[in-house]
Design a protein around this ligand. Structure first.
Ligand SMILES: Cc1ncc(C[n+]2csc(CCOP(=O)(O)OP(=O)(O)O)c2C)c(N)n1
Ligand SMILES: [Mg+2]
Length: 333
């Protein structure tokens, strides 16, 4: 990988925070998966299990008012950006406690108070929206960086290329964060493009493109920090090609027959959550006892959030006509 933890490692506190976020993301995914599989929970779900290191880096590198645009596979990104789990689960399960009072669903979670501008189910739709947010910040002189998270498959859409060109041309404060999990639905990334890496696509637009080990939270923080600093200081966009894997396939319940057994075995060895746990123990940043406490706290937080959501009212019918039109006197950008 091009970016292998250049510069000083993050402080012990930041490393602990990264693990805390990663283990919360994993616990949130595990609980949803268990509930959907048993029939206890009914919702659609595109699981990001395995992509925790990327989202945790988003969590420690962005300010609250920096903006995030993400996708249907956004559970971890939303947790990283600080959306309360009750509002995420609430939205997925169609309850009034959801971020959009239960009417958005899994694909459409937004929360302006946390700097989450949009989640989208349309592949490649995020980058143009992020470029618009970055353009607004540049024109209005707002100190704000926008990060847009999307998959490898999205880099084959026209909207990605138009957005990348515009972002580079105008030096916009945006980071193009590709969560390259090696598949778009059931198609391996190498069947969809002739160039070898997604990072090299950046050259065509005149912006830096960096390939990163997306399973290593420290490499991710180094790369994302550099990209965010560049964007914030007027240096323009960066394309980050974060190489990772999704353990549960495209959608929850995907039998994953298209994934070679050797690839799955290798990915499991590189699973970011146990790998980072072992690294924190071996460097002495966390004791086994501390790690155990973080693991248990994550599971407890997830159980508490789910109990709140299951006790909440379903989305009300009058939501159908509320928020249909923007309020022109209160239009955040
Ligand atoms: C414009 C558009 N085309 C096709 C689809 C169907 N679709 C949903 S997810 C997906 C694969 C996207 O792959 P990738 O961008 O790598 O993201 P990942 O799902 O791996 O996170 C496709 C083709 C869609 N939602 N939108
Ligand atoms: Mg993909």
């Amino acid at each position: 990988m091009e970016n292998d933890r250049q510069g000083a490692a993050p402080s012990a506190d930041v490393q602990r925070r990264l693990y805390e976020l990663m283990v919360l993301m994993k616990a949130a995914d595990d609980r949803l998966s268990k509930g959907i599989a048993s029939g206890e929970l009914q919702c659609v779900y595109w699981p990001p299990r395995g992509q925790e290191a990327i989202a945790a880096a988003v969590g420690v590198c962005l300010r609250t008012d920096d903006q995030l645009v993400t996708t249907y596979r956004g559970l971890h990104d939303l947790i990283g950006k600080g959306v309360p789990l009750v509002e995420i689960y609430g939205e997925m399960l169609g309850r009034q406690v959801g971020a959009s009072r239960g009417k958005g669903g899994t694909m459409h979670i937004a929360r302006p108070e946390s700097g989450v501008a949009m989640s989208t189910g349309i592949v490649g739709a995020g980058p143009p929206v992020a470029v618009g947010l970055a353009m607004a910040a540049q024109r209005k002189g707002i100190d704000r960086v926008t990060v847009v998270s999307f998959g490898d498959g999205a880099t084959n859409t026209g909207s990605f290329h138009e957005a990348a060109n515009m972002a580079a041309l105008w030096d916009l404060p945006v980071v193009l964060l590709c969560q390259n999990n090696l598949y778009g639905e059931m198609t391996p990334v190498e069947h969809t493009m002739k160039v070898e890496t997604i990072a090299e696509r950046a050259q065509a637009y005149g912006m830096p493109g960096v390939r990163v080990d997306g399973n290593d939270p420290l490499a991710m923080v180094a790369a994302l920090e550099e990209a965010v600093d560049r964007a914030r200081s007027g240096g323009g966009p960066t394309l980050l090609d974060c190489v990772t894997f999704r353990f549960r396939g495209h959608y929850f319940g995907d039998p994953m027959a298209y994934i070679p057994a050797e690839q799955m075995a290798a990915a499991q060895l590189a699973d970011p959550v146990p790998s980072f746990r072992a690294a924190l123990a071996s460097t002495g940043i966390c004791s086994e006892h501390e790690l155990e406490e973080l693991d248990q706290a994550a599971v407890a937080a997830v159980e508490e959030a789910l109990a709140t959501v299951l006790a909440a009212e379903p989305a009300s019918a009058d939501e159908l006509s509320r928020d249909v039109y923007a309020d022109p006197t209160n239009c955040p950008v």
